[in-house]
Design a binder for this molecule. Structure first.
Ligand SMILES: [Zn+2]
Length: 435
């Protein structure tokens, strides 16, 4: 038997409404007991966490692993190495790879590759339409059988409302989820940042908030029409938060996520034509940022997902108009989310809920809880740790982050999957492991 006891931890598990200082026992890769304080089995190692947070392994429901096809930006191995370094034990990867994950063969390839090289659990999200062309639905049944867990054309919206309607109807046969990248393409075309004061000053073509809101409204209306289960990806505007909030109060089956950059930055980050502040949807205004935080606070927004989007120097260190959209996020999600807790906007429990049990329920996967008998997928966070984000400190193959060079506070110091350390830079588990 391999057993160890974490003592003196702040245990936060929103799935069981737990937030207390106590102990957790891991036995043979399983969570064997949670309480305060626990008796120590004879042969168990003891790790005193001195008040550090012990939370369920985090789940990021929106990442781009870039494999197959763009392995120079990220691979399943490097992306999941970044994930565990950021406290995530599971990631759901978007289908806009090359080729697109629109067939069972590609889904199986991703899972087989993950089996060999992934450091975290990998859940593939398959495309809604073949080639993400927005025309013909993929074979949902085959893709689910191959291991896909939800459907999205992320990176692009499903432009044709009739096709989106069909997807939401078809999805109900399998009780599966449709994830909407909400963007009205005719309105956003040519735009490279939020439309407003800063785009005017910089002389850049803007993307109005309405671009997103029209699409969110359309997809919510289609979910209401069909009864299908809809999830809105990367909510960035005040209007979108309000549309989702109202839809929920009417009983529409809709959930939503936002990304840490939308509650941490505004369009002002683009000043200096900073391509590391270019993403889709774009960074918005202070009013939008505060509305997104309000959404996290009152539950209009269910999850925090990073939209981790690695790009190489080629795609980012160029003219602003030409630069690719997206930033990496796996290794900054904890400190940026902790800022909201420190500033008193949300509680620690709300933060962890948005990064564990909430996305896990949306995706219908087993992660996100410290219940007895569950796999010991655990993240230990030092909320006080202060560090400077540097290229060298990142585990991702890419470094396109607007937080590069910034001093951040709070990070994962130990990540476990099935009770085994997958990220343990200071050797916290080394002692009890060799018994
Ligand atoms: Zn997207």
């Amino acid at each position: 038997m391999n057993a160890y006891l974490f003592t003196n931890a702040r245990i936060i598990d929103p799935s069981q409404n737990m937030d207390f200082t106590g102990d957790l026992l891991v036995k043979d890769g399983i969570i064997a007991a949670v309480g305060e304080p626990l008796d120590l089995p004879n042969d168990a190692g003891v790790i005193d966490l001195e008040g550090k947070w012990l939370v369920p392994g985090l789940l990021d429901m929106h990442v781009h692993l870039r494999e197959p096809g763009e392995e120079y930006k990220e691979t399943i191995e490097s992306g999941t190495t970044a994930a565990v370094a950021g406290g995530f034990t599971a990631v759901a990867c978007m289908p806009n790879t090359q080729p697109v994950n629109d067939s069972a063969g590609i889904t199986r390839f991703i899972l087989e590759k993950a089996q060999i090289s992934a450091r975290a659990r990998v859940y593939p999200i398959a495309a809604i339409t073949l080639g993400q062309k927005g025309e013909q639905l993929t074979e949902f049944g085959d893709l689910l059988n191959a291991g896909a867990i939800a459907f999205s054309d992320d990176g692009l919206p499903v432009k044709n409302a009739a096709v989106m309607r069909q997807a939401l109807e078809y999805a109900q046969n399998f009780d599966t989820l449709i994830i909407s990248h909400s963007e009205e393409l005719d309105l956003s075309r040519g735009g490279v940042m939020n439309e407003g004061r800063v785009s005017t000053i910089l002389g850049l073509k803007g993307i109005p908030a309405a671009t997103e809101e029209i699409a969110v409204f359309r997809d919510v209306a289609l979910a209401e029409l069909t009864g299908g289960r809809l999830h809105i990806a990367h909510v960035s505007t005040k209007g979108s938060v309000e549309i989702v909030r109202r839809a929920k109060s009417r009983g529409v089956r809709v959930t939503a996520e936002t990304a840490p950059h939308y509650f941490s930055l505004t369009e002002e980050a683009v000043f200096g034509y900073n391509t590391f502040a270019k993403m889709s949807p774009p960074l918005r205004t202070e009013e939008d940022r505060l509305a997104v935080i309000e959404g996290l606070k009152d539950g209009a927004i269910d999850a925090i997902a990073t939209d981790h989007a690695p790009h190489s120097v080629l795609e980012k260190e160029c003219e602003f108009q030409m630069a690719a959209n997206g930033i990496i996020g796996l290794e900054t999600a904890i400190p940026l989310s902790l800022n909201l807790v420190r500033d008193g906007y949300i509680t620690a429990s709300q933060m962890i809920r948005c990064m564990s049990i909430s996305p896990s329920k949306i995706l219908s996967v087993p992660e996100g809880s410290l219940k007895n008998g569950n796999s010991a997928d655990i993240c230990i966070i030092d909320p006080e740790a202060i560090f400077t984000l540097t290229r060298e400190s990142l585990h991702s193959l890419s470094y396109n982050s607007p937080f590069l060079g910034k001093v951040l506070q709070g990070k994962a110091i130990l990540t476990l999957i099935d009770g085994r350390p997958v990220f343990d830079p200071t050797g916290i588990l080394r002692v009890p492991e060799v018994k």
